[in-house]
Design a protein. Sequence first.
Length: 162
Amino acid sequence: MRARVILAVLVLAAGATMVWWSLARGPSQSTVRSGQETPWQKSALWVQERDGKARPFQNGQTVTVGDVNVEVFIAPYPPVREGSIDLYVTDRATGKPASDGDLEIIFDMDMPHGSIRAQAMPTGGGHYLIPYKLVMPGEWRVDISIASGADAAALALIFRVE
């Protein structure tokens, strides 16, 4: 009896894993060929709002976070496992480049391998370059903390890497 219960639990766990894996991979080739549009085809980049909801975000678009505007440009696009993110940070009130800020960058996924810290290199005129090399394909969350003087802002990007 105990062996049957264990076997049933293993079968259920395997089935749940297969369903999760198919969802995590995005659209199947048959879905793509059938002409149905999926969220993965519409955008490869999202920004997470304060309410926790993610909305599609265009590469090169600007988002307002706290007292700054941040233009996000990922190269190459759509994102791959190795690339860079260029952030152009400007003061929301004046529009002038904010080049005195400190940025903290953390890449993470819903996996037990831990997070990856990245270094943001100021390149001048409010631009910060963040080179990255990710350990595996999938959906990555990039938490960006921007500290400028006494002010701090947080931005969360989500992108899918094939």
